[in-house]
Design a binder for this molecule. Structure first.
Ligand SMILES: NC(=O)c1ccc[n+]([C@@H]2O[C@H](COP(=O)([O-])OP(=O)(O)OC[C@H]3O[C@@H](n4cnc5c(N)ncnc54)[C@H](O)[C@@H]3O)[C@@H](O)[C@H]2O)c1
Length: 310
């Protein structure tokens, strides 16, 4: 098994380290355009192998896509992160060009690879990778829902003073402020969260989660990387180890949830073929309404990509 991570910045390097620690593949190639950056970070990670006790070989390359040949999974993290005062949508044109050129190169050397997009604005960059790769929708997906649910679950664990391991949840829709929370499907070791927290408390946690990325940009001047890097690594591991994990991922809908040709987050089963299946939940009218609004905002941004002559 071989995984390529494109972009050796904060998210890409973290993701590579987590993949290695999980022994998610035989080798992980880290690629960046900046001379020596990927080589240096991959070597640093490899030197932690005897300490952290893993075998996954990590190595870095500067823009040499021939070294990525025959990757089973490619994670795209290349692109600008948000700075203070920017929305994810401000990044659209710059990052779409980067994701397009990266995907072109990747597909040339790994035509059957499974692509996981991390670059923002996430749902639209996943669309860009899908357009450029011309791969089936089962092989192109985006990482957002695992991060958004991670934030939500961490805040619930804090509030209840319980282990975050015991908090389960799923959500739908676009990334961040466009997410559609599903408190009905949130539980603490099987106990519905509504039995443990008031509606007001749950609502305030949802609000904090919606803007959880912005909270970190404000604190650090750039966007997060530990949780995003781990989340993307979990998706890749589910594929390389054929784990059939149920995770919220951004995928192209073709009729599911009554939506056509739009990329939004929904629960899927992830295994060796990528998206093995999409799970359709029965939604209330209000949840449906929120999902459709979220899908409409993603569609508006997909139009921007369409106008960029793909
Ligand atoms: N989906 C999510 O939930 C989520 C979470 C966090 C960050 N992000 C996004 O992930 C992306 C990366 O964030 P980061 O914090 O790692 O940024 P970063 O600036 O630390 O790293 C980006 C790296 O991409 C490289 N790069 C740029 N153009 C390239 C190209 N054409 N080919 C190869 N490499 C190229 C840069 O040299 C840099 O090293 C951003 O778009 C950010 O908004 C998404």
């Amino acid at each position: 098994m071989k995984i390529t991570v494109v972009g050796a910045g904060n998210v890409g390097a973290t993701c590579t380290a987590v993949l290695a620690q999980q022994d998610a593949a035989d080798e992980v190639v880290l690629l960046d355009i900046k001379d020596g950056l990927a080589e240096g970070k991959a070597l640093d990670i490899w030197q932690s192998a005897p300490i952290d006790r893993f075998d996954t070989k990590t190595y870095g390359v500067t823009n040499d896509y021939s070294q990525t040949a025959n990757s089973n999974v490619v994670i795209i993290t290349s692109g600008l992160p948000r700075k203070s005062g920017m929305s994810r949508d401000d990044l659209i044109e710059t990052n779409a060009k980067i994701v397009k050129s990266v995907t072109d190169n990747i597909i040339q050397y790994s035509p059957y690879t499974i692509i996981i997009v991390v670059s923002n604005p996430l749902d639209v960059m996943t669309y860009q990778a899908y357009l450029t790769s011309k791969s089936p929708r089962t092989r192109v997906m985006g990482m957002a829902g695992i991060l958004d649910t991670g934030r939500y679950r961490a805040f619930i664990a804090d509030e209840l003073n319980v282990s975050p391991k015991d908090v389960q949840s799923i959500l739908l829709g676009g990334h961040g402020d466009m997410m559609v929370p599903l408190p009905r499907y949130t539980a603490v070791s099987g106990i519905p969260v509504s039995e443990l927290l008031t509606k007001e408390k749950i609502d305030s946690i949802i609000e904090r989660t919606r803007f959880g990325g912005g909270e970190l940009v404000k604190l650090m001047g750039t966007s997060a990387w530990y949780a995003p890097g781990s989340a993307a690594a979990r998706m890749a591991e589910a594929i390389t180890k054929n784990q059939m994990r149920v995770l919220p991922c951004c995928v192209k809908l073709e009729g599911e949830y009554g939506l056509e040709n739009v990329f939004v987050g929904v629960p899927v089963v992830l295994g060796k073929n990528g998206i093995e299946r999409i799970i359709e939940l029965k939604l209330t009218d209000s949840e449906k309404e929120q999902l459709y609004q979220s899908a409409d905002s993603v569609k508006e941004m997909m139009d921007v990509v369409d106008k960029m002559k793909n």
